[in-house]
Design a protein around this ligand. Sequence first.
Ligand SMILES: Nc1ncnc2c1ncn2[C@@H]1O[C@H](COP(=O)(O)OP(=O)(O)O)[C@@H](O)[C@H]1O
Ligand SMILES: [Mg+2]
Length: 556
Amino acid sequence: MKVRELVQLDTPENIIDAWESGGIVELTELQEMCLSNQELLSGRNALVIAPTSAGKTFVGEVLAVRAALDLKRVLYVVPFRALAEEKYRRFQEVYREAGISVAVSSGDRNEFDEDIRRGRYLITVVVNEKLSQLLVESPGIISDCGLVVFDEVQLVRDIARGPRLEMLLTRLLLSSQSPQIIALSATVGALNRFDEWLQCVVIESTSRPVPLEEFAVTSDGQLLRYDSPSRRVAAAGDLGRHGGLLDVVGHLVEQGHQVLVFRAQVDATEGSARAIADQPPPVEVPAELVRSISELEDSEARAVLEQLVRRGVAYHNAGLSLEERLFVEDAFRDGFLKVLVSTTTLAMGVNLPADFVVIADHKRWDPRNRINRNIDIAEYKNCAGRAGRLGQSQRGQSYLLVDEEGFAGGVANHFLGGKPEVIESAIPRSRLIEHVLAAIASRIATTREEVHRIFEASFASKTFYSRVGGHEALVQGLDESLETLNSGRLIEVQPSGVVCATPLGEVVGRSGVSVETGSRIISYLGQLESTVADADVIFDVCHCEEISRQSAFSAF
Ligand SMILES: Nc1ncnc2c1ncn2[C@@H]1O[C@H](COP(=O)(O)OP(=O)(O)O)[C@@H](O)[C@H]1O
Ligand SMILES: [Mg+2]
């Protein structure tokens, strides 16, 4: 199906012209399935599942524009500020002329927030947690909108960020004039009734428009590939050199390829980029590029990037400023950089085309359990899936580095042949009390009954707590949480059942500091004759440099 045929959906010709001139002429299989689905088009919720680079985000875009042209307000919800910025820029560039007003709201951007609250924009691109924050003061944002697109909704199973996303979805499902929900998801292992919970039609495609060849590389440079009929990895050649990060990247760059490297830890991105930049051969970069980076606002990172960019290399992580990140993304997209080393954040949705992807780690340090843990298969697939540019290349290749002596085949089998994890709620795997406080602090629930109502309507309740005895366990867990929060002075429960967070509870609930840490600090303070307000201390602790650097939330 041609993109031109979308005139049938009343899309103006000039918008179709803009899509075509941007290289979207023929729709992918997934796009065709979605944009001809009558249930979806007539307003039913939909869950769209497909591998990375199958063209899901464009589906969200077309539907957002269609709604906006009907003068319905749209929230386009994304998990990362890098993605918010990219979507915002694209919407601005392509649709402003068609009279569609667009705003963005994220950790980087709050200049539109006041007008977003007043409903001044047709499309608002917003990061999950930022939307939750906006809703505290302005719950009307939801009832005022006709469509909410959730990009990368598989994030619901993420232990750090999933619960807030789940609460947001629950809130939408419970609201009286609930808008249409379009949830876009990378491939998941099994749906686990997620679709029932979202009351949606499922549109799934397994085909990738650009074929992907996935390899694992052992430390001695052997290549392995997964062989479907035998369900095992098999030898697929030899690099002719060792299989370390510098060797593999060097090999690909020497062949003239542009490479996107993923590292599991933020701290490793800069170090790897430096090591790669120290390797020959030198790369020619335009003098103008070096000049334009030297004109960015002075910072430690900018000075490092300037040195790296001279050698055709850069890194990307949440520690960079907005303008530094945009610079790096543009320079890579324009082909000036040979290698970009990024955290896995970029794998989720940010449109950085590369034919070759190297996934340098399959493990990540888990500070809570103090072990190195395998990353999720879904995370691996998301990174690998970035390889291959739709409409521009014939194939993509990904290389997973596996340095485990004697066990490389097993690791390769696990990731290359594995199925992504089941989509499941992260609430039962984390501490319920944190989520109860977050719900009260962000005023999702203002009475004891509402606390029960919202958690009973959650995905966790539909799945985990629906097992035998589960419902009683949930009710008990909620009551105990309320009790503990009340006695710890984080919330106040009035005899009428009204609950509200204390100033201290509000800071703890919205900051990401755990209830346990918050309570411990309060108890220490109680033992001192302090004149400082407890909430101020917690606020300062959460914003001290060490904590913000470590924070799982720094990406939004
Ligand atoms: N039908 C199409 N033809 C050509 N390019 C496309 C098409 N649909 C999307 N693209 C481009 O392909 C890339 C990947 O699409 P995207 O929607 O981000 O995929 P996904 O969200 O499934 O990972 C983007 O650069 C996008 O602009
Ligand atoms: Mg996407």
